[in-house]
Design a protein around this ligand. Structure first.
Ligand SMILES: Cc1cc2nc3c(=O)[nH]c(=O)nc-3n(C[C@H](O)[C@H](O)[C@H](O)COP(=O)(O)OP(=O)(O)OC[C@H]3O[C@@H](n4cnc5c(N)ncnc54)[C@H](O)[C@@H]3O)c2cc1C
Length: 412
């Protein structure tokens, strides 16, 4: 084949969500796509996503979507508009992997198996003749003249265009070890400070054994410092030395760049102070000869009572008829603003996503091409974008992968 008719050869490093979706959208008669991954299988992180069910997207419009993006929502606006959650739903439904929508517009495969999502993407890649090669950890990249030379341990690849789809730095056992940041720096890119996101929060208070097995439902968690205050309502869980669950994961993403954070928990967010006080008075009047421990049983789940007593000045043996107004006010305060001592976020490796990454100011939001190095592209979590839970992160991977594929195809 002479040079005129030669296919454009594109190497994509990373066969995760963004790499697979890029490849199947880009490969055609004029574009040869080689997808390289260090693992022996595609989509290792997707496999464990959504507790093995893969919450692939969130069935909402672009505006709602963008509200759930924490870092650089503006950068993502175009990509999400180009390939919307509704396009994702259509794609999987039409390619043999039917989807269903659950609470909070979260979309999952009907089978509840993340492997069905991965199989669907790999099947489409194969149909489009994408050359997927596993056990190829890329260690070095060089650029000579107009071409990229990509090295694995014992192989060398040459490409006209290079797409970095190496993911973030969390759950590194899935293959995302942060190599993309190193590759980006090599081509002059800035990498913004990496932080844990969607991760547990370490607290000083000792979590009791009973709490490890429970979900604390319908509470609200507040985090604040002298210029920041956020409250999130929902469910919470506990680990040894840390708090977790939906509201905590979301909160971690909001506070990961804040200092001197104070945490407090409202056990009774549905009742304002006045209503809760009335309820306390009613309980006291109904059972004056019982004690405070008895009262707590009507207010809190049993597994949390010991923890509550341990970390407040509450005397469980105090008879209710001896509870002074001051003591009642104190109890009310502890129920509405229970203090948790913030220690730190869990390590990056334990975060569902990585906050920070390739600086968006150096990437074209329309094409995902580097503004510093022609024919170099970044897609997915390696870029400094992250969102809350609910399917927003995988949709980001798909939309950035799609935008990049369209840009490359339209360019030639
Ligand atoms: C436990 C968990 C649950 C999650 N659940 C959800 C969910 O339900 N919904 C949601 O929207 N998001 C979820 N996420 C987040 C989501 O999975 C990621 O944001 C998404 O997978 C990012 O896609 P990506 O293509 O950018 O990176 P990845 O999917 O991480 O893929 C990167 C790929 O690059 C490869 N790679 C890296 N370096 C090299 C190298 N040097 N050479 C060759 N290959 C390399 C890796 O092996 C990997 O296969 C979850 C994450 C975790 C950890």
């Amino acid at each position: 084949m002479d040079n005129e008719n030669r296919k454009t050869r594109i190497i994509c490093i990373g066969a995760g969500a963004s790499g697979l979706f890029f490849a199947l959208n880009c490969a055609d008669e004029e574009h040869e796509v080689i997808l390289l991954d260090s693992n022996s299988k595609a989509g290792r992180k997707m496999y464990i996503s959504g507790k093995g069910r893969c919450n692939i997207t969130n069935d909402c419009d672009t505006r709602e979507f963008i509200k759930n993006v924490i870092r650089n929502p503006k950068f993502l606006y175009g990509a999400i508009n180009r390939f919307k959650p509704s396009d994702t739903i259509e794609f999987f439904n039409e390619h043999g992997c039917p989807l269903k929508t659950e609470r909070g517009n979260r979309v999952f495969p009907v089978s509840d198996k993340s492997s069905d999502i991965i199989d669907c993407l790999v099947r489409e890649c194969k149909r489009k003749k994408v050359d997927i090669q596993f056990d190829r950890k890329i260690t070095k990249i060089e650029k000579k003249d107009d071409q990229f030379i990509v090295f694995s341990k014992d192989k060398k690849y040459i490409a006209d265009k290079l797409v970095i789809a190496t993911g973030g730095k969390s759950y590194s056992s899935t293959g995302s070890t942060g190599d993309g940041y190193r590759f980006g720096k090599q081509f002059g890119h800035s990498v913004t400070e990496l932080k844990s996101a969607l991760c547990p929060i370490r607290v000083r208070e000792k979590i009791t054994y009973d709490m490890l097995k429970m979900t604390l439902k319908n509470v609200s968690l507040t985090a604040k410092n002298d210029h920041f205050k956020k409250t999130i309502f929902g469910d919470m869980e506990f680990l040894k030395g840390s708090i977790t669950g939906p509201i905590v994961l979301s909160m971690s993403s909001l506070i990961n760049r804040e200092e001197d954070v104070e945490l407090s928990l409202d056990f009774k967010p549905a009742l304002d102070e006045e209503k809760l006080d009335k309820r306390l008075l009613r309980e006291i009047q109904n059972s004056p000869n019982k004690d405070v421990g008895y009262l707590l049983k009507s207010l809190l789940p049993s597994q949390i009572i010991e923890f509550f007593i341990e970390n407040t000045d509450t005397d469980p043996d105090l008879p209710l008829n001896s509870l002074t107004k001051e003591k009642r006010q104190q109890l009310l305060h502890d129920l509405k603003s229970f203090h948790l001592t913030y220690l730190s976020l869990e390590d990056i490796d334990k975060g569902i996503v990585t906050s920070g990454g390739i600086d968006v100011n150096e990437v074209d939001p329309k094409t995902m091409e580097s503004k510093l190095c022609e024919n170099l592209y970044f897609i997915g979590e390696v870029i400094d974008v992250d969102a809350l839970t609910g399917g927003f992160n995988l949709q980001t991977a798909l939309s950035t992968g799609y935008s990049c594929a369209q840009a490359i195809k339209n360019e030639d």
